[in-house]
Design a protein around this ligand. Structure first.
Ligand code: SAH
Length: 227
């Protein structure tokens, strides 16, 4: 899979892509990620990428030209399954959407900044608007990282056995992953549940599924009651 990220502040993205699971997946060529600096596509002495909004008001808006240049260059090189704009106005991201996007071959992620991006970019290119939640961040870079991380860990070979994604929360029937414990078996009078120490795998499987679904139901009830 290939992901191209279009950003006004690529530095925010680069460091996390070079750590942990995403770094390993890139090294193993399971995922290819390219971050494009909008300034490289801007013209003029000052390489301006943003400007004041027409009609007045606070904030700056990312100009259309650099984004058009960058996205059109990418489109001339290969086909893309989706061109996604990260925005608080988009559809809220969930595991189902991450699963579906992990089956895409090539995607472009457009990160806004400041007040947002020129609407003509959205009208021309964007196939999907995605939000990571009902709150406003300063830029689309962190939401893009959220999406990239969620997708990468689903790609075959990205996780080792010990990290298998299929037993994670939202992927299992029970709803949530089970509570996890590691050594020591007793810490400050707190004991690890016996079932996990006894080595009976079918019992452990049932315990995990029961615990996962108990917590899921508890949390769901709270959410329904808006607590
Ligand atoms: N004026 C816009 C918010 C701009 S925030 C509005 O009120 O809708 C600046 C940029 O951060 C956005 O262009 C978007 O790319 C990104 N962003 C902020 N919050 C986000 C969220 N919850 N999900 C995804 N992207 C977000």
């Amino acid at each position: 899979m290939r992901i191209d990220v279009v950003s006004a502040v690529p530095k925010i993205i680069l460091a996390p892509l070079n750590e942990s699971i995403v770094k390993r997946a890139r090294e193993k060529k399971i995922i290819e990620i390219h971050v494009h600096d909008l300034r490289d596509y801007a013209k003029g002495k000052y390489r301006q990428i943003d400007d004041k909004p027409f009609g007045g008001g606070a904030g700056m808006v990312l100009k259309p030209e650099p984004v058009f240049m960058c996205v059109e260059k990418l489109l001339s090189e290969r086909e893309y399954d989706n061109i996604i704009y990260l925005t608080p106005q988009g559809k809220k991201l969930n595991q189902k959407k991450v699963n579906a996007l992990s089956l895409n071959e090539n995607i472009i992620l457009i990160c806004g900044h400041y007040k947002g991006i020129d609407q003509r970019i959205i009208d021309t290119f964007v196939t999907m608007e995605i939000s990571i939640g009902d709150y406003v961040l300063s830029g689309g870079e962190i939401p893009a990282l959220v999406l990239i991380d969620g997708i990468t860990r689903l790609l075959p070979g990205a996780l080792g056995d010990s990290e298998a994604a299929l037993t994670d929360s939202f992927q299992t029937e029970s709803g949530f992953d089970a509570p996890q414990y590691t050594r020591p078996a007793e810490y400050r009078d707190m004991k690890v549940p016996d079932v996990l120490l006894q080595g009976n795998h079918s019992k452990i499987k049932k315990w995990r599924s029961d615990e996962g679904s108990k917590k899921y139901k508890r949390i769901k009830k709270k959410k329904l009651n808006n607590i």
